[in-house]
Every structure is written in C-alpha cells, then in structure tokens.
Design a protein around this ligand. Structure first.
Ligand SMILES: [Fe+2]
Length: 290
C-alpha cells in the first residue's frame, strides 16, 4: 500500500454520538473529523444512516471497526468483512481502523476486545487477516494498540516489537492510542517512553486520547480504559511526547460512557489542539503540568 498514511487533517476530532448530531449540524464547529464505529452502520437504513450521510457532507470521516477479531485464531467472519466493506464503500471515509485484539471464538462474539500473545504464530495470523481485509477494502487500514490489564507468559516479543513487525509484514498503519499505552504501562510496566521511541513514526496515521479510571482489586490498583472522563494529565504529557517526536497527527477524543454535552467534547478537542501545537513547536512540557 503506497497511499499516504493519513489523509485527515492533523488536528483533533471527536467520536460521533447520536445525541450530538443536531448540535453539530446547527453550529458546525471547527473539527478535523468525526469518527464512528463501523458496527453501528452495518444495517441497511434508518436514522443512523440518515444522520451520518448528513454529517459526512460537513466533516471528514474516520471509520473505526471493533468487531473484525483480526487477532482471532479462526478465519475472519466474511459476513462481517462484507458488512465493513459496505460501510466503507457507502461513506468513503478518509481512514479505516481496527484493533490488535480478538473478540470471536467458535463463531460467537464476545463483548470485549481481548489481548493476543505476542508470538510469531499470532503475528503471521493477524498479518494474514490484515492482508485479507486490506485486499477486500482496497485500502490500507490502521491497527490500534490495546489497553492491557494482563499479558501472556507465552509472548516472545514486546508489544512495540510486535507492532513494528506487523507494519513491516502487512503494510498496515498504526493507530496509536496514547491512553491505552499509558494504561498498559501503568498496569504492566511495558515502558511507554521506550515504546514510543521504538515506533516507526511514519506508520502512525491517527492518535486516540481518552479518559480512564483506577480500580482497586485486593491490594492491587489497576487502570481501566472506560472512555468516560477527561484525558488524564499523564496522558496529555505522553501525547506531547508523541507529537514532539513524530509531528502532528489526526487525533480523536474518545468518550463512550457517561457521554457529556457536545460542548465538553469540543473543549477537550480544542485542548488536544493546544497541546499538539505547543509540542510541535518544541514547547516545554512543564507549562501543562498543572
Ligand atoms: Fe482507542
């Protein structure tokens, strides 16, 4: 795949929520793009399609899949792949992305994105699935790093090495979820700074930012990426590190639970743009420490 790694504007966008459609169409605030979950638009018609068709005329679009189970140890669900292709052909989004995860076993879908072991076997498996998807969609897709609370003893490589090999072998791009990276680093000490330094910046086509929460389990404190609050200060700091190293990228504010008023999402997007502008100009991170 030789197309540019990103064609969305390298500024902040928001996830599209049905309750915000009317407000967006009325005020038409400046946004780099909106992102939708592909699975919400796999039906034939109805209000979701009417809304998205109208929004699509106003804003650039990113389609984010959550159900293809690219990391699953069984053939892709061809019906699901066809449904994804239908959404992509209908809306012609600037970008399409999916997950480094699995969510389907014996034909049954699980209501979660589950991690995969980082082995040569799973690398070849997911690269075959990515290749099949990219061939059907006739475009490169971006693959998002997971938020992990556990790791597999059988893994033989670090997550960053797995991503590097996956990009090289499949020709896909990366969707770097900075909140996921911070959550994984907090839970599993995977070394966020080394992780970022190792990534091929030219493969990063989009960034996700979101909120998370702390959960006490026995004596342990783990972080859960619930996408239900503002971006944490530590995540903003990592985001600035990414932008300072690789330059600005299309950046999504993800907010999927306890969805706030549109104004709150727009304010968070503007904050992301401020951080990115500051970092891209070589600003010192301490200014945003408070
Ligand atoms: Fe994400």
């Amino acid at each position: 795949m030789t197309s540019p790694i990103f064609t969305l504007p390298a500024r902040a966008g928001i996830g599209l929520k049905p309750e915000h459609v009317a407000g967006l169409l009325e005020a038409r605030p400046s946004l780099a793009f909106v992102e939708v979950h592909a699975e919400n638009y796999m039906g034939a018609g109805g209000p979701p399609h009417r809304q998205l068709a109208t929004i699509r005329e106003v804003y650039p679009l990113s389609v984010h899949g959550v159900g293809l189970s690219l990391g699953g140890d069984e053939p892709l669900d061809l019906d699901h792949l066809e449904a994804l292709a239908g959404v992509v052909e209908r809306y012609e989004p600037e970008q399409v992305s999916e997950h480094l995860a699995w969510c389907r076993i014996d034909g049954h879908y699980l209501n979660d994105l589950l991690p995969i072991p980082y082995t040569d076997y799973s690398l070849n498996l997911i690269c075959d699935h990515i290749d099949q998807t990219q061939t059907r969609l006739k475009r490169r897709i971006l693959i998002e790093n997971p938020a992990a609370t556990l790791s597999y003893a059988e893994s033989t490589m670090r997550e960053s090495d797995f991503l590097i090999a996956m990009v090289k072998q499949s020709g896909c791009g990366l969707l770097l979820d900075v909140n996921n990276l911070f959550v994984s680093d907090s839970n599993l000490a995977i070394g966020a700074e080394d992780y970022i330094a190792a990534l091929p910046g030219e493969a990063i086509g989009e960034i996700h930012l979101a909120g998370h929460h702390l959960k006490q389990i026995g004596n342990a404190e783990i972080r859960i990426d619930d996408h239900g609050s503002t971006v944490a200060p530590e995540v903003w700091s990592l985001y600035r590190d990414v932008i300072a190293r690789f330059g600005r990228r299309p950046t999504l504010i993800e907010w999927d639970t306890d969805v706030p008023d549109l104004e709150v999402l727009l304010a968070e997007a503007r904050t992301a743009d401020r951080h990115a502008e500051f970092a891209s100009l070589g600003g010192h991170a301490d200014v945003f420490a408070s």
